[in-house]
Structure formats: structure tokens, C-alpha cells
Design a protein. Structure first.
Length: 134
């Protein structure tokens, strides 16, 4: 397990997944650091099922959302990882409402064509099930 200032990152080989749990709101710089560590761990372990627990982060920053979709995921797609990437966000009910209002659809349709899938759940069991973990 890797402990960062605002999050823990753990490869779970028994689940074939990487789990990241944020402990509080984070700066954009801190979140970028966590995602860099996540990608390094994923490459090292060849593990592309990610559960990202952001329930303690209710603030949704448009600049970070744009960075995540337009830079981070674009770079992953450009690397042509020869596997499916599934990112399951575990969110609070408050954040789930915000996500509905943000309309992720234009982003998600693009990434579906690159074997990269992103979804959000309020229930952890549903998030694992969507990742294909029972």
C-alpha cells in the first residue's frame, strides 16, 4: 500500500484491481500526484481495473475534471494499452447529483471507443460488480 498525503493506493491482487481512497478534499496538484502514482502502479502490476473512492471529496472542480478527461485519459488512450481500462468512481450521494448535472456523456462516448470505461456509483458493491469483481 502506498500512503500519500491525501489518499491511499493499494494493489489488490486477489481482486485484480487497484483501490484508491481519498481521506479528504485535495488540491489539484495533490490529485495529479495520486493519478501519476496510480498509473505507475497499474503499469507495474498490469492492472487496469480501478476503484477510486472519492466519497470524502464532494468538491468537483471543472479544471480538474477537464484535466482528467482531456489529458490523463487521452494519454492513457494514446499509449494504446492493450487491455480494457475500467475506472469505477465511488461517490457520495451529493457528488452523484453533481455528476448528473455535469453531463459526462460527450467524454464517455469517446473513451468507450478506446476500450476505456468510466462510471460512478454510490454503493461500493455495485462499483465492484461493474468492474467485474464479485
Amino acid at each position: 500500500m502506498i500512503t500519500l498525503p491525501d489518499a491511499t493506493l493499494q494493489h489488490r491482487p486477489e481482486l485484480d484491481a487497484i483501490v484508491v481512497r481519498w481521506s479528504n478534499e485535495s488540491s489539484e496538484a495533490s490529485m495529479v500526484q495520486v493519478y501519476a502514482e496510480l498509473l505507475d502502479k497499474a503499469k507495474l502490476k498490469n492492472c487496469y481495473k480501478w476503484l477510486l473512492d472519492v466519497r470524502r471529496r464532494d468538491k468537483v472542480e471543472e479544471s480538474f475534471t477537464n484535466w482528467f478527461y482531456k489529458i490523463f485519459l487521452e494519454e492513457i488512450c494514446a499509449q494504446e494499452v492493450h487491455t480494457t481500462l475500467k475506472i469505477s468512481f465511488l461517490v457520495s450521494p451529493t457528488r452523484a447529483l453533481v455528476i448528473k448535472e455535469l453531463n459526462w456523456q460527450p467524454y464517455l462516448k469517446h473513451y468507450d471507443s478506446h476500450s476505456c470505461y468510466v462510471s460512478a456509483f454510490v454503493n461500493e458493491a455495485d462499483a465492484y460488480q461493474w468492474l467485474g469483481i464479485r
